[in-house]
Design a protein around this ligand. Structure first.
Ligand code: BGP
Length: 460
């Protein structure tokens, strides 16, 4: 067999998940409510098919079998998140939760699968949300306590840590566009929340440096959406640059370079949206840059200049600076409604090389969501050739980036198995393994067999 796309020997092959999306057991063994448990109780009809976070993919009870399946399909790495509200409800360690995460980590290591552990994936404990959530600087300190406790308890075995997954999403969803709790529209609070998240991140990195001196690494996972202007005319270019500032550089720059882009500060200042800061914050950010960056990539952002000038009295929204447009002839994931643009993954990696010191990175999420995927079932297996094609075409560009010396070390599919995706619940299926929601039975899709060969051959 000829391997046309050979990856480096120590390349990380794996997949990603998050606690709320796979564990289930939302009320078991002392887990406290998080914002999702609360929001679902209040408004179940906002969730697809009214399926809530109490019935996710049951990993809490099946982790052993699931880790075996990971091994079977050639994973050498796997991303999970710790549920803050399970692990430290009300500020004290819940021993049952500590046991659970210890078992998961030990089991992964026993199977030669390196755990990549993320500390926050959208799941603010409800009790802390009532105290202000990320709007509150006290909650930042509580997060730092939680992070320290995780480093202390699991840091002897976990060598890859991440402070946040897609920190911009709770800002957009919770404070601008109504798809996360607390569902308010308030740009001033949005910038405060975004800023406090970065402060929490930097303080966790700072704490990590004092606990871990064994070569472990810490990073952040960002959803990067490369911004492509409709044309080269100055208005389109500016619109695209501003979208990039809001949606990528607002977190990428402070995390990797240790400071916010000055143009972003100017724009926020014009609108009276600068957050409250404390003495020493600037130094904190500057001195606590990440070692490693996780890149989640699903789709590009296509941008053009605004057709109509925004109403000067309307409250601030990032999209008052640009309009989105549909590129003619674009390729679509018609089962999810997202554009597919594989070269975007390469553009991100090149940008990291050219403008972000070639920071060590890996693809921490990439994947293809499909509605009603059971329609592709033949001979008791989902024939997800579209997913294989999707992964392959993205991997070709990752390979190209490696040829050009981009410092990218691995690829994680979103997701290991079908899982509960916030308001979309089980609408879009992403897994290498299908999950039957009645029996919780896992069945490998065709892509699971395919990735096994890719991982074993380190290429395809
Ligand atoms: C990413 C999140 C994941 C996951 C994925 C799929 O942005 O990090 O948590 O949910 O999106 O989302 P969806 O099911 O809405 O397509």
């Amino acid at each position: 067999m000829t391997i046309n796309f050979q990856f480096p020997e120590d390349f990380w092959w794996g997949s990603a998940t998050s606690a709320t999306q796979i564990e289930g057991a939302a009320k078991e063994d002392g887990k406290a409510k998080n914002i999702w448990d609360h929001w679902y109780e209040k408004e179940p009809n906002r969730f697809f098919d009214e399926i809530g976070p109490d019935t996710t993919s049951n990993f809490y009870h099946t982790y052993k079998e699931d880790i075996k399946l990971m091994k079977e399909i050639g994973h050498n790495t796997f991303r999970l998140s710790i549920s803050w509200s399970r692990f430290m409800p009300y500020g004290e360690v819940n021993q049952k939760a500590a046991d659970f995460y210890n078992h998961v980590i030990d089991e992964l290591i026993a199977q030669d699968i390196e755990p990549f552990v993320n500390l926050f994936h959208f799941d603010m404990p409800f009790d802390l949300q009532q105290q202000g959530g990320w709007e509150s600087r006290e909650v930042v300190e509580k997060y730092v306590d939680y992070a320290k406790t995780c480093f202390q308890l699991f840091g002897d075995r976990v060598t890859k840590w991440f402070t946040f997954n897609e920190p911009i999403v709770p800002v957009e969803g919770g404070y601008l566009y109504d798809f996360h709790y607390p569902n308010i529209v308030d740009a001033k609070k949005a910038t405060q929340v975004a800023y406090h998240t970065m402060i929490a991140h930097a303080k966790a990195v700072e704490a990590f440096r004092t606990y871990n001196d064994n070569g472990s690494k810490i990073g952040i996972i960002l959803n990067l959406t490369p911004s492509y202007p409709r044309s080269n005319n100055p208005a389109d270019l500016r619109a695209s640059r501003i979208a990039d500032l809001f949606f990528n550089r607002s977190f990428l720059d402070p995390a990797v370079l240790g400071e916010y882009p000055s143009e972003l500060i100017e724009i926020l200042n014009e609108h009276g949206l600068l957050p409250n800061t404390e003495v020493g914050d600037k130094e904190l950010l500057r001195e606590n840059k990440v070692d490693i960056l996780g890149v989640n990539y699903y789709q590009p952002r296509r941008v053009k200049a605004k057709e109509y000038l925004p109403n000067p009295y309307a409250p601030f929204m990032p999209d008052m600076y640009f309009d989105s447009y549909e590129m003619p002839g674009r390729k679509m994931n018609k089962y999810r409604g997202w554009e597919i643009y594989e070269k975007g993954i390469y553009d991100i990696l090149k940008n990291l090389k050219d403008n972000y010191g070639n920071i060590e990175s890996f693809i921490s999420e990439n994947g293809m969501g499909v509605q009603n995927e059971e329609r592709f079932l033949r001979n008791r297996e989902i024939q997800d050739d579209y997913r294989i094609e999707f992964i392959k075409e993205h991997l070709k560009w990752v390979h190209q980036a490696i040829q050009e010396n981009c410092n990218v070390k691995g690829y994680h599919l979103w997701a290991f198995m079908d899982n509960w995706s916030w308001m979309n619940a089980y609408k879009n299926r992403y897994g290498f393994f299908a999950v039957d929601l009645k029996t919780m039975k896992r069945t490998p899709k065709k892509s699971a067999h395919w990735i096994k060969h890719v991982a074993e051959n380190n290429g395809f």
